[in-house]
Structure formats: C-alpha cells, structure tokens
Design a binder for this molecule. Structure first.
Ligand code: PMP
Length: 430
C-alpha cells in the first residue's frame, strides 16, 4: 500500500515535493506522538510535521472544537467571530512581557512566510526605512520577501533579484565559530551595530532587524544569553523594528511560550505559525506592539485572514498546553533527551555538539576530519526510520539531527525512541 502511494505520487505529483528518499512513508493516521503508515507500521514521531503538532496528532480536545466549528462556518475574512477575538485575547495572555497587554495581531495569511511578509511590511510602514538586517543561517520562508531575509543560497539563488538592501550579519554560534559564548555574542552585535551605523555596510536606511531567537533550519543554533538584549538595545537606539521569528521556536516548543522568554526580551513584532493552527491547520499571525498599529484599514490585504476552524484549534491547543502543564513537561523531557544524547557524544568524536532548549533539540555530527557530516545524519535518519522512529535533519550541510517531538510525548516513549537513536549512533560511528 505504502509503495503504491509513493509510486503514484512520483508519477503524478510535482517534482518539487520534498521528503527524504530514505524515509519512504505514506501516512495513514496519527495519535499523540505516534503515526501509522498505510501498511499499519507504527512510528514514534519526533518530527511532528516540522514542529507543527505540539499537542500531538489528532488531539481529541482540539478536534472536538474543530468539528463543532466546521459545522458552522470556516471562512469570514476579517469579519468578527468569537474564535478570532478569543484567539487574539489568548495570544495576548501568552505574549512576552513587554508586549502583553499592548499586543496587536494581524492574521496576514495561512503560512509562516505570510507572517514574515507582514512583519517586513510593518517595519517598513512604521519607520519609512527600506533596509533589513537578517542573520547568516536564517530561514524565514519561501515567498520573495521571506527568501530575501533567508540566508542559505540554496533556497534563493535561482530567484534573484530579491529584495535589495538586505544584509546578513553573523549569528552567534559558539560551536561552529569556535568562540566563547561572550565572544560569539559580541562579534555578532558589533557587526549589527556597524551595519546600522555605516551606510557603506550596505544599508542606508534600516527598517528592521529580523531574527530567530533559536535558528531552526540553520541547525538549532542556540545563541548565548545577551544576544537578544543586545539586539533590543541596538533597535531602541536606532529606531528600527526588532522582529522575532518564533514560527518554529514558539508556542511551547522550547518549554516556554516563546524562545525569547528564556532571555526575557520582548520584540516589537513577532511571527507565529506552524503550531498556531492546533492540529495542523494553516494559520499564521504577526503579533506587534500597539505603538506600531498605524496601518490604515486594508493597508495589509489578503483573502485568508480568518480561518475560523484554525483559530478554534489554536485556542484549544494553547488551553491544552496550559491545562496539562506541557511547558514544564517539555523542559524536563528536553533535559532528559539532551542528557541521553550527551552520553552518546561522550562515546564518539563524531557527535560534536548537543544543544537546544525544551523539545527544540539539535545534535551536530562531524566526520573524522572535523567537517560537517550530512551523510552520517542521513544514515542515522534512515536507520531510525527502519527501527520505527521518525527524526529530521537541519543545518546548511544537513549534519544536524533535529528532534521536534510533540510536547505530549511521554517519558516512556521518549525512552524507547532514545534507546533506538543512541543504538543507531553507536552502530554508525563504531
Ligand atoms: N520561519 C521559520 C523560523 C521557519 O522555520 C519556517 C518554516 N520552516 C518559516 C519561517 C516559513 O514558514 P512556512 O513554511 O509556513 O511558510
């Protein structure tokens, strides 16, 4: 059954479909942190639709509200609905200190990329600036503006010219830069400062700084304390808008509502998507401080600004995380998983760094010469798949094993999964 579906997809679907060749799976159904394929095989899912299913597959508490809402109506653009207003209130309740109580939300479209486009427009609209500072290793999406602030050439070189006046500063990465945490932060901040101050650095008139508080696609690169506060200070001193992209890192993934909560720094604007649609509905939001609420009616347009079912799902998902104390659970389980990976790292030089926060976890692999080893991580992914665990990869060289399990993953299932992952690492690095 699985093979037939995969073959049919190869025959009729776009050549742009993307999943690793070495994990051929056709999904049949999912529950919590497990999925079943079309042949009835069960897998522990540490991938969660690229960090979307924070409350698990087919979460019954969320689905109850989905069914109720779907029977009434699904789409109203911007016309008021209870779901829309409740979600705005819920997002304010969990907004970082500094936005809370003064938080506005624009639903600019269904995808994360839409939220990024809205944040770029918001920064330009409010400052009159035209330039943007982003970071090396960043991923912000697939639309033209979002590609422009993304750094990896592989995603964008065939689509130039993109937005002009985007400069990428170094992102603090103590492991790869071989720097101490303080050195890595200072190095990045000095570059940002120079770009803001010096028009010859490429930006005559910066509008915004856009940054992932922890880089996802870039390899779960986790900047040391001080980076976000440093950016906050530069943004304040120069009247530029500070945007945190929390599309992958937000909504409980790191064991706090937002990855930036770990440092206690509030942005001027913040993007959310992925887990926002509860059980996988496409829904995104750009949250921003009310001081930036200067748009006139219709200044940021779009048809899909009110997926009411997705909004209902989003409210329920946030409630579910609150009611089950899943932030604390994500913190504890993340510590356990990183601990197991660090034990494995002690046994081999090939596993060079284990990092992340909560259930946003990366493990970086190198070859015997110390170079990034994407082939090894591909093999780990394939072996884990064959033994019933779905894991993902990240990083420019694909050499970071990325774990993004649903926050509802139980300790027991995590232990089973880690037994398998650690055994695979041992086998492939022996
Ligand atoms: N920003 C970040 C940090 C992301 O991880 C992603 C998706 N991986 C996006 C933006 C783009 O979101 P989407 O794919 O929904 O457009």
């Amino acid at each position: 059954q699985t093979q037939a579906l995969l073959e049919k997809q190869r025959e009729i679907d776009s050549s742009a479909v993307a999943y690793p060749e070495d994990i051929p799976i056709a999904f049949e159904d999912g529950k919590g942190a497990t999925v079943r394929d079309a042949d009835g095989n069960t897998y522990i899912d540490l991938f969660a639709g690229i960090g979307v299913l924070n409350v698990g597959h087919a979460n019954p508490y969320v689905l109850e509200a989905v069914h109720e809402q779907a029977d009434k109506f699904v789409h109203t653009v911007d016309f008021p609905t209870e779901a829309r207003l409740e979600l705005i209130e819920k997002l304010d309740e969990i907004a970082p200190d500094g936005l809370q109580g003064q938080n506005k939300v624009v639903f600019g479209g269904p995808t994360g990329s839409d939220a990024i486009e809205a944040s770029i427009k918001l920064a330009k609209y409010n400052t009159g600036g035209d330039g943007l500072i982003a970071f090396r290793g960043a991923y912000h999406g697939a639309t033209t503006g979002a590609m422009s602030v993304t750094s990896n050439k592989a995603f964008k070189e065939r689509y130039t010219p993109l937005l002009p006046d985007v400069v990428h500063a170094p992102y603090p990465d103590p492991f790869r830069q071989d720097k101490s945490p303080d050195e890595a932060v200072n190095h990045a901040l000095e570059e940002v400062q120079a770009i803001v101050e010096d028009p010859y650095g490429g930006l005559a008139n910066p509008a915004g700084i856009i940054v992932e508080p922890i880089q996802g696609e870039g390899g779960i690169v986790t900047p040391p304390e001080g980076f976000l506060q440093g950016l906050r200070d530069i943004a304040d001193d120069n009247d530029v808008v500070l945007v945190f992209d929390e599309i992958q890192s937000g909504l409980g993934r790191t064991g706090k509502w937002w990855a930036s909560d770990w440092e206690g720094v509030a942005p001027d604007a913040m993007t959310s998507a992925k887990a926002l649609g509860g059980v996988g509905f496409p829904l995104s939001a750009t949250m921003y401080h009310e001081d930036l609420d200067t748009w006139g009616s219709g200044d940021h347009a779009g048809t899909y600004r009110g997926h009411v079912v997705g909004m209902r799902a989003g409210i329920r998902a946030i409630e579910y995380i609150q009611d089950h104390d899943l932030l604390a659970h994500a913190r504890d389980l993340g510590e356990y998983i990183r601990g197991r990976l660090r034990e494995a790292a002690a046994e081999t030089d090939r596993l060079a760094d284990v990092r992340g926060k909560g259930l946003f976890i990366g493990a970086e692999f190198i070859d015997t010469d110390g170079h990034p080893d994407g082939d090894l991580v591909d093999a780990i992914q394939q072996y884990c798949f064959e033994r019933g665990v779905l894991v993902w990869t990240a990083g420019r060289h694909g050499n970071v094993l990325r774990l993004l399990p649903p926050l509802v993953l139980t300790h027991e299932l995590a232990e089973t999964a880690l037994d398998i992952i650690v055994a695979v690492i041992e086998e492939l690095t022996a």
